[in-house]
Every structure is written in structure tokens, then in C-alpha cells.
Design a protein around this ligand. Structure first.
Ligand code: UDP
Length: 247
């Protein structure tokens, strides 16, 4: 797949449908695959942390999650076709595996969130095969047990929702001993499936204003959101260097 290098992170130039197709083919291939969906904040983290940047680039699919990443690709004159949010890819994949029998495991969120997400998803898709859940608040010595539980469930697909960079680090640290075919790091998605957080309505997403909607609803995220203008400036002033390196 064609890529664009944004501050060192190699984002796949895919559409939403292309990303869902890719996850579906990875699900039916042997071996395990990591899917990350970096937004501006995550790419900025990677820009300041070369180890994290390499870890992101080790993924099998990296989608442009957020309007900031889409604009960055345009500034770099190598545009991605559209915004491909992790939550939307997860929804697209769930829709496709709703009746195929593929086994899904939900990992992350506060206690009770993954269970509630399972309940809501299976009431919408009665034949969806959710084989296990685990909350995302655990001690380091519990990790082995969580990995065993995921493997024992026979999961093909694992949603890891611990927030960034924890989820990407967790996936990379454990991928060699996990038997799932696909592991997706998708932030607060379980909260949305559970109904404990709300996704911005269509209008805000369509106009690239999801960040503003989130800021209005969750003003305490203000500090984290400063990453967006910082990301913009960094792409404007440093991005070209990566563009040249790509040539
Ligand atoms: N979370 C977790 N374990 C932790 C810290 C966070 O499971 O130790 C969960 C948290 O409950 C939330 C998600 O990780 O469901 C992070 O959500 P956030 O909205 O910050 O992520 P984003 O979608 O912005 O990447």
C-alpha cells in the first residue's frame, strides 16, 4: 500500500473501505498483524520519541485518524484519500464479521465498560461472536494472565483500548505470544460502544470539527488538544525534511 511519511510515521494512503478490506484479509491470513490509527497527538509523540516511532512503523496498517493528519498529508503534497478513524474501521469490521463466526475479544476501558460494549454489540448483532472481555486497569504482573485469557478464548481479532501510547506498546510487547490474527489499538472506542462516551455527530465529523466537539464536551482535554496546533506547526516547518528523505 502507498504511504505518506508524516514526521517519520509512515501512514497508509487508504480509504475507510480499503482499511476494512485490509483488516478482513489479515484476519484470514496466518500470523498476527497490528493495526494502529494515529492522530496528530500520537504522531507528535512519535516525532519526539524515536523508539515509539519505530514501534508505530512496525504495524501492518497505519491509518490517518483525524483531520490534522489529513491536512498534514496535503501540506506534504502526498495526500491520503480521506480520514480513516479507528472507531470507524472497527465498526466496518464488526459489520463484516457479524455473522462469519470470527472471534472478537474486547480489552480495555474502566471495569464494566468492555462487558457493556459486548452487551450493546451483541444486541445489535445477535450472531457476533464476542469471546471475551477484560478491563484496561491492571498491574504489570497481571499481563501474563490477560494474554493467557485472550489465547484461551481463541480470539481472531483483538481490540486493545488502553489509550496511546499504552495500547501500541502493549500490542508490540505481547504480539509474539498472542494467537490472534489482528490486534487493533483503538483508544476510547469501547467507551463509545458501551455508551459511556459519545461520538461527535456526523455533521462535526464531516467538516473536520470532531476535535472542537470533543473540546466542548470534554474541556479538560484542552491541554492534550494543544498537540493539534503544535503538530500543524511542526509539519509546516519540519515536515518537508521527511518528504525529501522519502524521494
Ligand atoms: N484506559 C485503560 N487503561 C488505562 C488508561 C486508559 O483502559 O490505564 C482506557 C480509558 O478508560 C479509555 C481509553 O483507554 O477508555 C482511552 O481513551 P481516550 O479517549 O483517551 O483515547 P483516544 O480515543 O483519545 O485515543
Amino acid at each position: 500500500m502507498d504511504k505518506v511519511n508524516i514526521l517519520g510515521v509512515n501512514i497508509d494512503k487508504t480509504t475507510h473501505d480499503g482499511a476494512v478490506d485490509k483488516v478482513m484479509s489479515m484476519l484470514n491470513e496466518p500470523g498476527n498483524h497490528a493495526v494502529f490509527t494515529p492522530n496528530s497527538e500520537i504522531i507528535l509523540m512519535a516525532y519526539h520519541d524515536t523508539e515509539f516511532c519505530a514501534l508505530l512503523n512496525s504495524a501492518d496498517l497505519l491509518t490517518a485518524d483525524g483531520i490534522g493528519v489529513v491536512y498534514a498529508s496535503r501540506i506534504l503534497k502526498n495526500p491520503v484519500p480521506e480520514r480513516v478513524a479507528g472507531f470507524d474501521v472497527a465498526c466496518g469490521v464488526i459489520d463484516r464479521i457479524a455473522e462469519t463466526g470470527h472471534r472478537l475479544y474486547l480489552f480495555g476501558g474502566k471495569p464494566g465498560v468492555a462487558e457493556k460494549a459486548k452487551e450493546n454489540l451483541t444486541s445489535k448483532y445477535p450472531f457476533l461472536n464476542v469471546v471475551g472481555t477484560h478491563n484496561g486497569y491492571f498491574k504489570p504482573d497481571e499481563v501474563d494472565g490477560i494474554v493467557e485469557n485472550i489465547n484461551a478464548s481463541g480470539a481472531d481479532l483483538l481490540f486493545v483500548c488502553l489509550g496511546a501510547p499504552a495500547q501500541e506498546k502493549w500490542i508490540c510487547a505481547n504480539r509474539d505470544r498472542l494467537c490472534c490474527h489482528v490486534m487493533m489499538g483503538i483508544g476510547g472506542s469501547l467507551d463509545v460502544f458501551a455508551g459511556t462516551a459519545e461520538r461527535a455527530p456526523e455533521f462535526w465529523c464531516k467538516w473536520g470539527l470532531e476535535w472542537l466537539y470533543r473540546l466542548i464536551k470534554e474541556p479538560w482535554r484542552f491541554k492534550r488538544m494543544l498537540a493539534l496546533p503544535k503538530f500543524g506547526f511542526t509539519v509546516l516547518f519540519k515536515g518537508k525534511r521527511y518528504r525529501k528523505e522519502q524521494k
